[in-house]
Design a protein around this ligand. Structure first.
Ligand code: C6P
Length: 412
């Protein structure tokens, strides 16, 4: 229903890159989980910032510096509202999800964890939500525990409960799996984790641009995401952290802008969020991320979610009709991501041959190697939707897959 009134033509006009041919064919961009394309408003916000407002923030007394500071802090407020945090003091700008997760691992976990403490992850985590915790384990003697996924690609709830105990200090879980599309029940996970006093860190990289996120309702302690996966620029991301944690945490890096006073004997830190933003931050990136959020708000996240869901349903149905093709990840709650494998064709060959048709997909392990091992596949082909995708593009994808089969002499 919603997709029929979704202003798809107007939306597509707003994304210049969608009108650039690739290999002489119209671009069909289905690699949105890797990074989304950028609307004019975001590109123009970057240009306008450098043409009209460029200066360093928080330090200058001059007009441009005040203007730049005001825009940067206004962007923080937009992010606060986007995830419904209580205060802008809980919003830290980072380089992206990866840096945000490393910040929690280094500044919250490493000083607090001890030998025998446990960090609970899931089998579907991205490497960004595995490797930083391994660093913590190496440095503290804590151990990783892993919740398995079932054949549908869902967390096995009973196994989660079995592994959760008084030694669990952190539960680190992805909101939406970048490989399977599975949406995890974060609020229920938080409720259980709180019963044992564990802190919950959510990797929201694949969620924030697709489903409404309210960190207060979810109750999580930390929530990490990247600007470039939500129509903003690369090099900007966000860590939400509950004030009670951020106040007690040590800084992640030292430098300018994160201090109250410095002598050679002692440094006093600025309060959060500045304590965690050493050096000149990605100012223009934050401003343009704010513009991306405005664009999404204007269209409406509910409408976007509904459009992407109809694409997911349509593509799932179409791909199920394809002989020799298996969809990997059939969770009941799914976001707009479909991984698949085709009998007799390596995922990389699928990706390369589709590229010749102007169709951009991703192929490989998607930075989820432990999940690939669990699923018994070296990699998958993956399509992932954004607000500008259409059912016609899915039809073209299916056409493209027929061509791939032809190249490999596999009957359709
Ligand atoms: N996934 C993909 O799936 P950065 O690189 O810091 O912006 O995001 C890292 C990251 C963390 N968690 C999840 C769930 C993710 O999906 C990603 C990025 C991309 O194509 C690149 S591997």
């Amino acid at each position: 229903m919603a997709s029929s009134i979704f202003p798809i033509t107007t939306i597509r006009q707003d994304f210049p890159i969608l009108h650039k041919p690739v290999h002489g064919k119209p671009l069909i961009y289905l690699d949105n989980a890797a990074t989304t394309q950028k609307p004019k408003k975001v590109i123009e916000a970057l240009v306008a910032f450098y043409e009209q407002s460029n200066a360093n923030i928080h330090r200058g007394v001059h007009a441009l510096s005040e203007c730049s500071t005001q825009k940067y802090e206004a962007a923080r407020e937009k992010v606060r509202a986007w995830v419904h945090a209580k205060s802008t003091d809980e919003i830290i700008f980072t380089k992206g999800t990866t840096e945000a997760l490393n910040l929690v691992a280094e500044s919250w976990a490493r000083p607090q964890l001890h030998k025998g403490d446990e960090i609970l992850l899931t089998e579907m985590e991205h490497h960004s939500n595995i490797v930083p915790w391994q660093f913590v384990c190496q440095k503290t003697g804590a151990v990783l525990k892993v919740v398995p996924v079932n054949n549908q690609g869902e967390l096995v709830w009973e196994e989660f409960l079995k592994r959760l105990g008084r030694r669990t200090k952190i539960v680190a879980v992805t909101h939406v799996s970048n490989t399977l599309g599975t949406v995890n029940p974060i609020a229920s996970i938080v409720k259980k984790a709180k019963e044992v006093g564990a802190v919950v860190v959510v990797d929201g990289a694949q969620a924030v641009a697709h489903i409404p996120v309210d960190v207060q309702t979810l109750g999580c302690d930390f929530y990490a995401f990247s600007g470039h996966k939500m129509y903003g620029p690369t090099g900007i991301g966000v860590l939400y952290g509950k004030a009670e944690h951020l106040e007690r945490m040590e800084p992640y890096q030292g430098g300018g802008d994160m201090i109250r006073s410095v002598t050679f004997d002692k440094t006093e830190y600025a309060p959060p969020p500045f304590k965690f933003e050493a050096g000149t931050p990605p100012i223009s990136g934050a401003v343009a991320l704010g513009a991306a959020m405005e664009t999404l708000s204007q269209i409406g996240l509910e409408a976007i979610a509904s459009h992407e869901h109809s694409l997911l349903d349509y593509a799932t149905q179409k791909l199920r009709e394809e002989k020799g093709l298996s969809i990997i990840g059939q969770a009941k709650e799914k976001g707009g991501i479909i991984s698949f494998v085709c009998e007799g064709v390596h995922p990389h060959d699928i990706g390369t041959l589709l590229d010749e048709e102007g169709i951009a997909i991703r192929a490989g392990h998607h930075c989820t190697m432990p999940l690939m091992k669990r699923l018994g596949v070296p990699g998958t082909a993956r399509i992932s939707f954004a607000l500008y995708n259409t059912k016609e593009e899915i039809d073209a994808l299916v056409e493209g897959l027929h061509k791939v089969r032809k190249v490999f002499s596999i009957p359709s």
